[in-house]
Design a protein around this ligand. Structure first.
Ligand SMILES: NC(=O)c1ccc[n+]([C@@H]2O[C@H](COP(=O)([O-])OP(=O)(O)OC[C@H]3O[C@@H](n4cnc5c(N)ncnc54)[C@H](O)[C@@H]3O)[C@@H](O)[C@H]2O)c1
Length: 263
C-alpha cells in the first residue's frame, strides 16, 4: 500500500491550470506545484502569469506560464504543445478560467451570452478534446473542472448565462467521465461557493454602493461557516482530485462552499 506521502506526491507530473495566474487558479497552481508537479499556468493576463510563475519558482517549485484565450481553439492547441514537447504529456488538466459578469436577461445581449458560454464552457470542451488525446497515449490522467454552486442552484439574479455555462460544465464532466474512463482518464468537478478572489472582489454594477455592506452581511449570514472561502480551500481539494488519493472517483462534483447550499 502506498504511503500518504507517496499518494500526494506529484513529482514527474505535468499540470496545466487555465486561469492559473490569479484567484482560485493560483490557489490550485500553488498546491500542485508544492506537491511536485510542473505547472503550466495558462492565462489571458500575461503579466499576472509571469508574476505568479515567478512566485512559485522563487520557492524552488516548477512553474511556467503561457498566454492563452481558452475560448480560442488555436490558442488551446498552442497551450498544449510546449507541454508535449518539453515534458512528453499532460497528466493533470484543471479547467478553471472563467468569467462571471452580471446582467439581467432583459438587458443581456446575445453577444454577452455567447461570450460567457465560450469562455466558461466551450473552453472545457476544447481543452478536454486535445489534452485527452495526449493522456490516452501516455497512460491516462486527471481532469478537474471548476464549476460553481451555480451548477446546482442559482446564487443571484443576473447570472443566467453563467449558470447555464456552469450547469453545462457539470453535464460535460459526467459524460466525459463516462467516455474517458476506459483510457484511465478521471474527470471530476469542484463546485466552489463564494471565494475571495480578484474577480469576485470587483464591484457589481447592478448593486448600488450603499447596499454592498448590508448585502455582504446577508450573504455571510446564509453560509453556515460564516466566512467566505479562500483560493486555498479549493487548491486543497484540487490536490486531492489530482493525486492518487482519489483514484476510484470519476464523474463526481465536490461542493466546497462552507455549507452554503444547505441554507
Ligand atoms: N470566486 C468565486 O466566488 C467563484 C465561485 C464559484 C466558481 N468560481 C469559478 O472559479 C473560476 C475562477 O474564478 P476566480 O474568482 O478565481 O476568477 P478571477 O477573475 O479572480 O481569476 C480568473 C483568472 O482567469 C483568467 N482568464 C479569464 N478569462 C480567460 C480566458 N478567456 N482565457 C484564459 N484565462 C482567462 C484571468 O486572467 C484570471 O487570471 C471561474 O471559473 C469561476 O466561475 C468562482
Amino acid at each position: 500500500m502506498k504511503s500518504l506521502q507517496d499518494l500526494l506526491n506529484l513529482k514527474d507530473k505535468t499540470a496545466i491550470v487555465t486561469g492559473g495566474a490569479k484567484g482560485i487558479g493560483y490557489g490550485i497552481s500553488y498546491r500542485l506545484a508544492e506537491a511536485g508537479a510542473r505547472v503550466m499556468m495558462a492565462d489571458l493576463d500575461e503579466t499576472a502569469g509571469q508574476e505568479a510563475s515567478k512566485e512559485l519558482t522563487d520557492k524552488g517549485w516548477r512553474a511556467e506560464t503561457t498566454k492563452v484565450d481558452v475560448s480560442n481553439e488555436e490558442d488551446v492547441k498552442r497551450m498544449i504543445s510546449p507541454c508535449q514537447e518539453k515534458f512528453g504529456s499532460v497528466d493533470i488538466l484543471v479547467n478553471n478560467a472563467g468569467i462571471y459578469p452580471s446582467t439581467p436577461i432583459a438587458q443581456m445581449t446575445a453577444d454577452q451570452f455567447d461570450k460567457v458560454i465560450q469562455v466558461n464552457l466551450r473552453s472545457v470542451f476544447l481543452t478536454t478534446k486535445y489534452v485527452a488525446e495526449l493522456m490516452k497515449q501516455h497512460g491516462g490522467g486527471k481532469i478537474i473542472n471548476i464549476s460553481s454552486i451555480d451548477a446546482l442552484h442559482p446564487s443571484s439574479v443576473g447570472l443566467a448565462h453563467y449558470d447555464a455555462s456552469k450547469h453545462g460544465i457539470w453535464g460535460f464532466t459526467k459524460n466525459a467521465a463516462l467516455e474517458l474512463a476506459e483510457h484511465q482518464i478521471w474527470v471530476n468537478a469542484i463546485a466552489p461557493g463564494g471565494i475571495v478572489t480578484p474577480g469576485s472582489s470587483v464591484a457589481n454594477p447592478n448593486i448600488p454602493p450603499d447596499q454592498v455592506a448590508a448585502l455582504t452581511q446577508a450573504f455571510l449570514a446564509k453560509i453556515p461557516m460564516h466566512r467566505l472561502g479562500q483560493p486555498d480551500d479549493i487548491g486543497l481539494v484540487a490536490l486531492f482530485l489530482a493525486s492518487d488519493m482519489s483514484n476510484y472517483m470519476t464523474g463526481e462534483q465536490i461542493v466546497v462552499d462552507g455549507g452554503a447550499l444547505l441554507a
